[in-house]
Write a protein that binds this ligand. Structure first.
Ligand code: ZN
Length: 336
């Protein structure tokens, strides 16, 4: 009798799967079959009540345990503690509708994005898609620091800037473009070069730092400041046809930037975009992936590229990942 019941329950399970029933309906159907069979067996066929109760109780425990586990998993806190903020206006709900229907984001995730503060270093090739997508995604406060002005030769890849902005500060051009795209976000332009002192005070105001600069001095100092404050640093780099990115957050796990690149290469060995060239869509690919890592960090969705370096070769359309480990003698993240 028990075996026959299990057989019918398995059929309900298979049928539910094929017809794409909701999980709750399948479980309810199986429970109904079980209870009906138990009642029939015990009352009419003088079956053993204790055996039915034992099997039923065990199954219920397993079910409850797995439901609790998946609920805990779904509620896993993101490693960045951005406070979910405020209420949304009607136009915002409509604007973010494609986020809100995503199971991994939903209304709760959108609130976390709205409450988040993200700082982007550099409004150039990588900064352009990063800033546009952070604004589009509804990240509540976006800071951008850059001391440069828009140049004609930038416009081949720095798509946040327009031809009529040539000669104007990049942060001004970038902030105007972000607000034109999404007036519901706050933008903060800092038209200056990042220094160690400035990094210390500025990083404290933000939840996540994105580094899209092309000079090693700024990369090392932003890494040191991010590690000192326990903030995640999303770092991207480009050369000609190839780009790479990683999330450095040794406070959680994995190495910092300096563990992976202990020393700046000799001048001339790592030529800048100006000297070596860079293909127009490549910053778009890597910068967009950086923005995606930020969305995941802020909402707790999925798995961030921490402890890994993602390398994309645009010339051959190939990507690969390399595992990264902290260096025991790193002077930045292994202190004390
Ligand atoms: Zn390190």
């Amino acid at each position: 009798m028990v075996l026959a019941t299990l057989g019918v329950m398995a059929m309900v399970w298979a049928l539910g799967g094929r017809l794409r029933w909701p999980r709750a309906l399948v479980w309810s159907g199986m429970a109904l079959v079980y209870v009906a069979a138990a009642v029939f067996d015990v009352t009419l066929a003088e079956g053993n009540l204790a055996a039915w109760a034992l099997i039923g109780g065990f199954a219920a425990c397993v079910g409850l345990y797995s439901a609790a586990l998946s609920r805990l998993k779904a509620r896993a806190e993101p490693e960045v503690a951005a406070k979910p903020q405020g209420t949304f206006r009607e136009a915002e709900l409509e604007r973010y509708a494609r986020h809100i229907v995503l199971r991994e984001l939903g209304g709760a995730g959108q609130k976390k994005l709205k409450g988040a503060k993200v700082l982007v270093i550099g409004a150039g090739g990588l900064g352009s898609p990063v800033l546009m997508y952070l604004a589009a995604a509804g990240v509540g406060t976006i800071g951008v620091i850059d001391d440069d002005t828009v140049d004609n030769s930038n416009l081949q890849r720095q798509v946040i800037h327009r031809d009529d902005m040539i000669g104007l500060p990049k942060v001004q051009s970038a902030c105007e473009a972000m607000l034109a795209l999404n007036p519901y976000v706050e933008v903060r332009p800092y038209q200056r070069r990042l220094t160690a002192e400035l990094a210390e005070s500025l990083f404290a105001e933000y939840d996540v730092i994105l580094d899209g600069t092309d000079n090693f001095e700024t990369r090392y100092l932003s890494n040191a400041a991010a590690v000192a404050q326990g903030k995640p640093l999303i770092s991207g780099a480009l050369a000609q046809w190839e780009g790479q990115l990683s999330v450095f957050h040794p406070a959680v796990s994995g190495p910092c930037y300096q563990c992976v690149f202990p020393e700046a290469p000799e001048a001339g060995l790592a030529p800048s975009c100006a000297a070596a060239g860079v293909v127009a869509p490549l910053p778009g690919v890597i910068g967009t992936m950086m923005a995606l890592e930020a969305v995941k960090l802020l909402t707790g969705a999925g798995h961030v590229t921490r402890g890994e370096l993602l390398i994309y070769d645009g010339l051959y359309g190939e990507s690969r990942k390399i595992k990264l480990a902290p260096r025991k003698d790193c002077p930045i993240c292994q202190k004390g």
